[in-house]
Design a protein around this ligand. Structure first.
Ligand code: PRP
Length: 178
């Protein structure tokens, strides 16, 4: 599949992403204004670029932790079975937690992860996704903050891969098969 030739067209520029992150951080700071220390949880692997930019823009005391969940493997279709490949290092009971995701597609991943984390009784649990594809949703889930709502396009870049490639593009692009 990855051998199929394709081109990438820019969909959301690096500049537009940076501006949106600034606005999102102003909102998040209001929501967590009273926090002692916010645990910012990145979902690997796709969120690694977004969380790096997000935490550097957040003017709050934070801790960073990671959880790896996967439902796609190297394919383009969700298996709908979310596997936890790597759990958090720290406990979150009684803590303020922000889960950071690159994209919500069918919704299975973030729905599963937030349900799992809620069982650990955090004081306050919120989620943010850079991209949202509501037309693909299979479960009733909406992140608390969304960067951009996008149509059902195959997107790459800014942490998001196609068969593990293109995660290092500084912008969000759409894949066009040629
Ligand atoms: C991708 C993406 C999200 C998830 C969204 O992860 O990073 O975590 O799919 O899809 P969903 O809403 O349909 O569940 P993937 O399993 O490809 O792992 P990755 O983050 O390591 O690329």
């Amino acid at each position: 599949m990855s051998a199929r030739p394709y081109v990438i067209e820019e969909m959301i520029s690096a500049k537009a992403i940076a501006a949106r992150i600034e606005a999102l951080c102003r909102d998040i700071q209001k929501e967590f204004a009273e926090t002692n220390k916010l645990v910012v949880v990145g979902l690997l692997r796709g969120s690694f670029v977004f969380i790096a930019d997000l935490v550097r823009e957040l003017d709050l005391p934070i801790e960073v932790d990671f959880l790896e969940a996967s439902s796609y493997g190297d394919g383009m279709e969700s298996t709908r079975e979310v596997r936890i490949l790597k759990d958090l290092r720290g406990a979150i009971e009684g803590r303020d937690v922000l889960v950071v995701e690159d994209i919500v597609d069918t919704g299975h991943t973030l729905n599963h992860v937030t349900q799992l984390l809620r069982t650990r009784r955090p004081a306050h649990l919120r989620s943010i996704a850079l991209l949202d594809k509501p037309s693909r949703r299979e479960v009733d889930f909406r992140a608390d903050w969304i960067g951009f709502e996008i149509p059902d396009e195959f997107v790459v870049g800014y942490g998001i891969d196609f068969a593990q490639r293109n995660r290092n593009l500084p912008f969000i692009g759409k894949v066009r098969f040629t």
